[in-house]
Design a binder for this molecule. Structure first.
Ligand code: BGC
Length: 378
């Protein structure tokens, strides 16, 4: 591993030197050539430029050869030691799609060979994928568990195979992770996102009490309740309201499993059942909020006038709705930051770092998103 890193660094240095040399020789002459387009006669500057080009080409060729040699050597090393297995709980999840694309891009950009598997929301299927990666002797694993409750089993499996592992998105407990010191969790503290959702409602002109009856009447569209993100966002969004001294009334709480269609169905049924009574729709994620928005619009209601709607993730679609005033706000769940953090932690593990109990969770901050800053994330 160390050798691979060193060689990668060497090859990078040679490649950079080669491209710098190439820049000096060629790119510098290109703008001149482009400039000459309007000055045709100068295009045939002949002998002097030919000589210059030849000299530059030779330097460039030598540098390129050296870089190619080094790169060949490195790609052998990387192929031998840089195989990474990534398990995603299911590909058909809007947020995890952004996340896995970011992961793949970062890993491939760093020269790793990456295989990403779709767990299809089936823990048994994911267990097989993990076992296959182990049989293929991957150097490291990045796993987004299908079920948080499978954490013990996953941790025992990777520990047994002695594979450095980064868990993402579904956080096990500190005690569970303590079983293996080559294991790290990278994610966010979901309590923070719940609190921010509550704050988005408190920041509205009537603090969420649209009808002025002294209480905030809401429905809660929850993700998969087995998931700590869903549990904390549900709890902390409402806690932010009560901590601020507001009275609350929960009209309904239903699981929408992070899914847009389920979000739409739940909102549609509740809007039919509770009508004007609903002042706030809390959704544990944006995909369900987009679904809820469809139901809100179909019911002839208007966000930010007669109902408030908040999500989490800052998906592109949600950012557009925040800008257009069709969502009250969302919370950035930083997929790029978490992907970068996961790769950094993986490289630390590959470099031989081990983690003590209580230090195995690495958190990336959430950010509150309103019409004022939504464009920053688009
Ligand atoms: C995201 C959801 C996503 C879930 C998957 C959450 O952190 O907010 O959009 O569906 O992770 O586990």
């Amino acid at each position: 591993m160390k050798l691979t890193k060193k060689l990668t660094a060497m090859a990078m240095a040679v490649l950079m030197a080669a491209s710098l040399m190439a820049c000096g020789g060629k790119e510098a002459s290109e703008p001149a050539a482009a400039d000459t387009e309007t000055q045709e006669p100068a295009a045939d500057t002949s002998a002097a430029e030919d000589t210059e080009d030849t000299a530059a080409d030779e330097t460039e060729d030598a540098a390129t050869d050296a870089a190619e040699d080094a790169a060949d050597q490195v790609s052998d090393e990387v192929a031998a030691g840089g195989n990474i297995g990534v398990c995603i709980y299911k590909f058909d999840d809007a947020f995890m799609t952004t996340y896995r694309n970011a992961l793949q891009e970062i890993l491939e950009g760093k020269g790793y060979t990456v295989t990403v598997m779709d767990g299809k929301n089936d823990q048994a299927e994911q267990n097989n994928q993990i076992n296959n990666f182990i049989a293929q002797e991957v150097d490291a694993l990045i796993i987004n568990p299908v079920m948080t409750s499978a954490a013990d089993q996953i941790i025992a499996t990777v520990k047994d195979a002695d594979i450095p592992t980064v868990l993402i998105n579904r956080e096990p407990t500190a005690e569970q992770m303590a079983a293996y010191d080559k294991l790290v969790y990278v994610g966010c503290d979901a309590r923070q996102s719940g609190t921010m959702q509550g704050e988005l409602i408190l920041d509205t002109p009537n603090k969420g009490d649209i009808n002025g009856d002294g209480k905030i009447s809401y429905i809660m569209i929850q993700g998969d309740p087995e998931n700590i993100d869903a549990q904390y966002r549900t709890e902390y969004s409402v806690k932010a309201l009560t901590d601020a001294g507001m009275e609350v009334e929960e009209l309904d709480l239903q699981r929408g499993d992070w899914d847009r269609n389920k979000g739409q169905e739940i909102a549609q049924n509740d809007l039919a059942k509770f009508g004007e009574e609903i002042e706030v729709i809390f959704c544990n994620n944006d995909d369900m909020a987009i679904g809820a928005l469809q139901a809100i619009q179909a019911a002839g209601r208007t966000v930010n006038e007669d109902i408030y709607l908040v999500g989490v993730d800052a998906l592109d679609a949600a950012l557009n709705e925040v800008v257009n005033g069709n969502m009250t706000g969302t919370v950035l769940n930083d997929a790029n930051g978490q992907a970068a953090g996961a790769v950094e932690a993986m490289e630390a593990l590959l470099g031989g770092k081990t983690y003590a109990e209580g230090e195995q969770s690495i958190y990336v901050d959430y950010v509150k998103v309103t019409p004022d800053n939504a464009a920053d994330f688009q």
